[in-house]
Design a protein around this ligand. Sequence first.
Ligand SMILES: C[S@@+](CC[C@H](N)C(=O)[O-])C[C@H]1O[C@@H](n2cnc3c(N)ncnc32)[C@H](O)[C@@H]1O
Length: 285
Amino acid sequence: MTAATSTLARAGVGPARIEAELLLAHVLGVSRGGLALAGPVTPAQQERLRDLVDRRARHEPLQHLLGTAAFRYLELAVGPGVFIPRPETELLAGWGVEQARRSVDSGGGLVVDLCSGSGAIALAVAAEVPGTRVIAVERAAPALDWLRRNAADRAAAGDRPVEVVAGDVTDPELLADLAGRVDVLLCNPPYVPDGTAVPAEVAEHDPAEAVFGGPDGLAVIRPVLDRAARLLRPGGALGIEHDDTHGTAVPELLRADGRFVRIADRPDLVGRPRFSTARRADAGS
Ligand SMILES: C[S@@+](CC[C@H](N)C(=O)[O-])C[C@H]1O[C@@H](n2cnc3c(N)ncnc32)[C@H](O)[C@@H]1O
């Protein structure tokens, strides 16, 4: 464990001790908390741990090595071809859960997650709010494979099945049959401005189309706001994550659109602007 921790620390990967423990727990097939009770490590397990530590030291994401990412109450399958869900997105998902709960309580519960990736937001809402109908939209074929796998796993675990739609959120006809009927629309789009320096884990292992959002980072957000205005029912709730440099730009886009009210921006746990929320105005307002 000391050698693994030192290798990760030297590579600038961290928190090194915790990551080394998580990798060892993965090799031994126990939880990190169960390490203290685990038996001796066999030579084959030591070899496997060394291999994983070396890969992590070369900045392969921890979640790819473990095969899973934690998101709220879920463990999602992730790997090459899909964006690893981030802790900060749990806030948007949590806000979406609250909105979905209120909607179900008042007889609704139709939730759409655009740019769904692994399905993190959609599956969290479906797991935490019984009575919802959740639709997850994703364009990239590799991400769709992970999304379908996670959706099937959660349905097998007893959650209400999430409906997966292969679609492009820039398509004005997307989900046209649901126009004016959606209660809650959530989206974590690609939003990093093109050319921004990102860590090796992101540059080499997250799909570029999941991360970069055009020259100003708003290329996907702009059409998504139009999709939201068309799909949401009057009073329906929108929550959209954005780059921490866009805490003013996204609310301004919402105001300029003219079809949204109660526009607000919300910070993440370290106080950076993280997602915007709004309500669809009543028709005619
Ligand atoms: C930042 S990731 C978010 C994934 C997931 N919602 C999450 O929070 O972990 C953005 C996702 O949007 C997808 N995407 C990018 N452009 C898209 C488009 N035009 N239509 C549909 N999906 C798109 C990417 O493939 C990627 O899976």
